[in-house]
Ligand binder design. Structure first.
Ligand code: KG4
Ligand code: ZN
Length: 351
């Protein structure tokens, strides 16, 4: 089966062509158009994002077909992100996908964006398949998921406040870096001295037990405030900026690594799969790899193009669900928030 996948949930307009089987998908093309305009505003402006998607979706899809050397005649199904995300942005992809599927008389499938992130890494690393522990860290989400099999997910932990990427972006802003700040902060941190400042590790202490409500959850808003107070207290911010970036990143990375390893140990998983934009962070990947190796576990991180929002991951998730006979009809619509299919919420608040 060959699928044309579309993604327009936030500020990337993306299309990809993938050829199944679901357990060994081949990526024939991937086009990602990042909306640069939001940089001016220091954050994504939803109405502008929708308009940009509207202008881009047709040429981006055409380019993906051309890059794959295919036409719509070769496409067996259309997949599209339908949740979660900015509703106006999602609607552009969903409306276009519905029109294409109806015009061609081929199946349509709506894909949950976060399930897409779970499938992304396997496109780079065929061994990144279940069972595994997944850490999804993006601008909008921080989720620790036990993946027993594709479609069989347990949410073990999540953020109580800011997502990991959001914390990176907010702290980057505090330090005067451009939006989105994650990669700028990583670059600045690389020049800092890790011993100059130290922030406490949020929701992390050795005495925590698996039954504690904060054993797997994370929280980054206190860390952000600690950086803010340190910025205010500094008598020479130009001198301290790289050291503060380094101390912030160390605290966040240590926390994510510790919580992810707890999840892997609790479920006896030997593979850890990272996803989402923050999985581009080399300090995170390196620390996770080292810590996992000491417990005999292996870490798989996606390449930057597959870590951030892209349609290839939507196509990969779609091949799995289409293979199970799942289909949507013309009633498919966009949702700002929706439960991930197959996800059981096993976080402390739901135990
Ligand atoms: O997955 P993604 O592209 O979009 C969402 O679905 O949110 O993630 C974007 C997030 C942003 O917060 C960005 O700052 C962060 O990923 N990010 C990074 C790095 N590259 C991107 N954070 C830390 N280090 C990086 N190298
Ligand atoms: Zn995403």
């Amino acid at each position: 089966m060959r699928v044309l996948a579309l993604e327009s949930s936030c500020d990337e307009t993306s299309a990809a062509v993938l050829h199944g089987p679901a357990d060994a998908p081949v990526r024939e093309s991937l086009v990602i158009l990042s909306q640069d305009v939001h940089r001016i505003f220091g954050g994504v402006v939803p109405e502008i994002a929708s308009r940009e998607h509207l202008a881009a979706i047709v040429p981006v899809a055409r380019r993906a077909l051309a890059d794959a050397g295919r036409t719509l005649d070769d496409i067996d199904a259309i997949a599209v992100t339908h949740a979660p995300g900015l509703v106006g942005a999602l609607l552009v992809g969903v409306s276009y996908a519905k029109a294409l599927a109806a015009a061609r008389g081929i199946p349509l499938l709506g894909v949950h964006h976060m399930e897409g992130h779970l499938f992304a890494t396997a496109l780079d690393h065929p061994e990144a398949t279940p069972p595994f522990t997944a850490l999804l860290v993006s601008g909008g989400h921080t989720m620790l998921i036990d993946v027993a099999a594709w479609g069989d997910y347990r949410l073990l932990g999540a953020t109580r406040d800011d997502a990991a990427g959001e914390a990176f972006d907010k702290v980057a802003k505090l330090l005067g870096l451009p939006y989105p700040g994650g990669r700028h902060l990583e670059a600045l941190a690389a020049t800092g001295d890790p011993d100059r400042f130290r922030f406490s590790r949020p929701m992390l202490n050795g005495g925590q037990q698996p039954t504690d409500s904060d054993y797997f959850d994370v929280s980054f808003s206190g860390l952000k405030t600690a950086v803010l107070l340190a910025v205010r207290a500094s008598d020479d911010l130009d001198r301290d900026r790289p050291h503060l970036a380094c101390a912030f990143q160390d605290a966040l990375v240590d926390t994510l690594v510790a919580k992810t390893l707890r999840a892997a140990v609790a479920h006896g998983r030997r593979r850890i799969v990272l996803g989402g934009g923050v999985a581009c962070n080399r300090a995170l990947v390196t620390a996770m790899t080292t810590a996992a190796a000491s417990r005999g576990a292996q870490v798989f991180a996606p390449s930057p193009r597959l870590a951030t929002d892209n349609a290839a991951m939507i196509g990969a998730a779609a091949l799995f669900r289409l293979g199970r006979g799942e289909r949507d009809d013309a009633t498919l619509t966009a949702h700002a928030a929706a439960p991930m299919p197959g996800l059981v919420d096993a976080t402390a608040r739901h135990r």
